[in-house]
Design a binder for this molecule. Structure first.
Ligand code: ZN
Length: 147
């Protein structure tokens, strides 16, 4: 467990300092905004969806280390996935942080974010980008709020 905690801190810090795919995507055809008023995290997620695949992902925003790191990891995880695989991954990621242990799927590299389960108040920080990506993916055109 200590190893997971160390890895969690290392990965969160790394992605917070150097967020991947940060910035507005000029060619995005789907986008959504998310807001976590509990912590003050705000995010915009941009997706380029072509032929049923998420060909590019970007995000912008301001927030705490966990929300930024989770958004950064999310962009890496969704890029290149089919729309249905992306939707499934979003669902299992969300279940892994909020649901029962048995609902955890294989999250690969994202496993490290399970560390946030030790800090229940921060779970919404970790899931914000994913809720927002879900809204963008499904073209819901609504701002996501974690409350
Ligand atoms: Zn936060």
């Amino acid at each position: 467990m200590n190893d997971l905690r160390d890895l969690y801190q290392e990965v969160v810090f790394d992605h917070y300092r150097k967020p991947r795919n940060f910035g507005c995507l000029a060619n995005a055809n789907r986008r959504a905004e998310g807001d976590n008023p509990l912590c003050g995290d705000r995010i915009k997620v941009y997706l380029t969806v072509e032929n049923g695949f998420v060909s590019d992902v970007g995000f912008e925003g301001t927030g705490c280390a966990i929300s930024t790191a989770s958004a950064s990891l999310m962009t890496e995880a969704l890029k290149g996935k089919s729309e249905s695989d992306a939707a499934k991954l979003i669902e299992s990621f969300h279940a892994s942080l909020t649901g029962a242990e048995s609902e955890r799927g294989d999250l690969g590299k994202l496993e490290v974010l399970q560390g946030v389960r030790e800090f229940p108040a921060r779970v919404k920080c970790a899931t914000l980008a994913w809720h927002t990506a879900n809204s963008a993916l499904k073209n819901l055109k609504e701002t996501v709020t974690t409350e």
